[in-house]
Design a protein. Structure first.
Length: 300
């Protein structure tokens, strides 16, 4: 994003350095007031408001009355560093279950979710593969991996998401077609997926149009959040993979959308010592387990 013009040297600091100080302080303290920031940094409240507008557009914080907060509300997605540390075990279980859907030789689309990142870390086990993404951490994870052909999509870079989004990314996606899409969502409300930014929705809709099979990866906390922009009905995905801690009521709600649901078995959760249970569930043990061998037979 192009930086906004700002009087260099106001308060003795360049705009970039001042905004970084504001961003760090909001993250550390959770909430800061505009007047206090202006006094501490020696600038006007108007300058602080411009800085907060800029940082909010990049996704680093959320403006509220009188100040800014980094505390993720039920309607705020949170930056990538916050997301990478949230629900890590659930995401690993989901990723392990999703890996069983991937066959060597396939092409795979990955979105900018940290659940897709957890899957990316496992994908070399299914090489050779072609992996297409616009998410910085996935690119870094798979760069140079033997047997992985990595295609990076361009666009407008959003630092808070460490991803490329916007119309250029949509155009890049439209020229490709993949076997599988693995994507997540900010929130699931009334049977539909929601996100907090229209740029994210535009790119993910393009991803959904550019693949043969769509797989939604969600942990149970997605049902406790809200988002502003509707992506698509859950039923538009061929399969939904959820973690084993999903409450029964939420599972019933999900199944009522007509979506096929795979509950990642507890056997795939990481052990306390760092090991993993990789054994498949016993046939008939879980009525919510969707047979991997049947995935190729799914139809829209």
């Amino acid at each position: 994003m192009a930086p906004e013009p700002d009087p260099a040297g106001e308060g003795g600091r360049a705009p970039r350095a001042r905004r970084e100080m504001i961003r760090t302080r909001v993250v550390d303290e959770g909430f800061v007031r505009i007047e206090q920031l202006a006094a501490d940094l020696g600038v006007t409240t108007m300058t602080i408001r411009r800085d907060l507008d800029y940082l909010q557009r990049e996704g680093w914080l959320r403006k509220v009355r009188g100040g800014a907060t980094a505390q993720p509300s039920t309607a705020f997605h949170g930056d990538v560093r916050h997301r990478m540390g949230a629900m890590a075990e659930a995401k690993e279980a989901i990723a392990r279950a999703a890996l069983r859907l991937v066959k060597p030789g396939q092409s795979v689309l990955l979105d900018e979710s940290t659940t897709a990142l957890a899957l990316a870390e496992l994908l070399p086990e299914r090489a050779p593969l072609t992996v297409i993404t616009y998410f910085g951490p996935v690119i870094q994870t798979l760069a140079g991996s033997p047997g992985i052909e990595l295609i990076s999509l361009g666009g407008t870079y959003y630092p808070a998401y460490d991803a490329y989004l916007g119309l250029r990314t949509v155009d890049s996606v439209s020229s490709l077609h993949a076997d599988l899409l693995f994507a997540s969502t900010t929130a699931i409300t009334r049977g539909s997926c929601y996100h907090q930014s229209p740029e994210t929705v535009a790119v993910k809709r393009a991803l959904m149009d550019a693949c043969d099979r769509r797989v939604l990866l969600v942990d149970h906390t997605k049902f406790q959040r809200r988002g502003l922009y509707r992506l698509a009905p859950v039923a538009d995905f061929d399969l939904v993979v959820v973690d084993p801690d999903i409450p029964a009521a939420r599972l019933e709600e999900l199944q009522s959308t007509a979506a096929k649901v795979l509950v990642a078995p507890a056997e795939l959760l990481p052990e306390p010592g760092g090991g993993e249970h990789l054994g498949p569930p016993v046939a008939g043990e879980s009525p919510n387990w969707f047979p991997m061998s049947d995935f190729s037979a799914l139809s829209r």
